[in-house]
Design a protein around this ligand. Sequence first.
Ligand SMILES: Cc1ncc(COP(=O)(O)O)c(C=O)c1O
Length: 482
Amino acid sequence: MQSIQNEAMDTQADTLYLQIADSMAGLIRTGTLTRGERIPSVRMLAQQHGVSQSTVVQAYRTLEDARLIEARPRSGYFVAARPVRLPEPDTSRPPVGSVAVGVSAMAAQMLAMAHDPAYTSFGAACPAADLFPEERVRRALSRATQRHRHTLCQYPTGHGDESLRRAIARHALRMGCSFDAEQITVTNSCLESITLCLRAVTQPGDVVALESPTYYGFLHILENLGLRALEIPTHPRTGLSLDALQFALDTQPIKAVLCVPTLSNPIGSSMPPAERKRLAQMLGARGVPLIEDVLYNDLCEEDDKRRAVKAYDTQGVVMVCGSFSKTIAPGLRLGWVEAGRWTEHLRQIKAATSGSQAAVLERAMADLLTQPGIEAGYRQLRNTVAARVDEARGLIAQHFPKGTRVTDPAGGFILWVELPSQIDSLALFHAGMAERICFAPGTMFSATDRFRHCLRLGMGGKWGTAERQALRRLGQLATAMA
Ligand SMILES: Cc1ncc(COP(=O)(O)O)c(C=O)c1O
């Protein structure tokens, strides 16, 4: 727990209370102790360590200063539920018209650096390799290769391995969706699923409504399909403004809505259940398809926000797209889509584009999804990244310029930072690059060149002394630009 040591006692050698604080902080950061959980009383911990109660009190004060724990009157000490309270950004205010999209060049440059080991990177929206169950994946793959080696030299056909489609249908039950496994199409990623859905329901030149800010991967797809983006105001906590969407539906020829109702990227919003129901009803009444991206649902800390909009869809307008890129194994490149009434059309497009996936990979994924530890694995991942996000919010509060706002997502590993308006995040991006620090500048998340003073920080990657120092440094660089 270097940072507390550095910050609390720069020059002094380790003392007993710091060792105790270190070990408790380690338990919090690795997720062994989770947000809101009670930690041992001062008396109990003093007995456990054979130290005086005042030593433990000092350790707990250090943890309080680092905003990792909080004292609650007459109840004891708890892991801080929301350790840092910074203001959140306001609801976005994009222009009312739709636009053609052109974001690819900037995204390609940022992505190249995000994966370059020479950079300390907050650029990627993905957990680091060591947060995935790599050993399980390796064993599942070798089992699948052993048992299904006959598939290796055959063309795969159909819409995905049956056992995988059944496993996905069971998985979807947790989001309140009861799917017929026959209707699920396995794809090579969530982005492929979304591309196929868009191709099934739009033509070049059509208008697609999406969150603002939105994931640049979506803008990239729209750009490539010749679709126009209509950015809808979005609140960092509750997501798409449905009043604004209603107005847009009344005034613009929207052919589809593309949305991430749970932990949207980059703003981290998660729509409340009532809003999900209203969205399904609003689009159902008009017959406008919703392409729902459920990629992050398993990473949400709040059960009711893991429930998909699809669960409220009585008119059959919602297509659901998911993958395992953020929770199990991005390297297997497997995703899925349940496209309802558009399933046949979508399958034709897929057959003409990418055909089927490798059968052994699908078998391995089916194996992984049906293993007993899967839920515990999601919980562990949620806790680990929550602890990092909390710590990063603390560092941002301490080191970024006055007036900075930051999101407080209900899970996941993405933070959206709004700097004071005079700071250009592209200039900060270049200053960061010069020191080999990478993040995603805000303009990547808009088709209308908005969010110049914002940045996205992916906190799921490597996390250690270098990353903490890089985050402090970004704050210093931004402060110098304020
Ligand atoms: C919202 C969202 N959808 C889709 C993807 C891509 O998922 P996949 O790797 O399955 O294509 C990402 C990746 O960051 C994402 O943030």
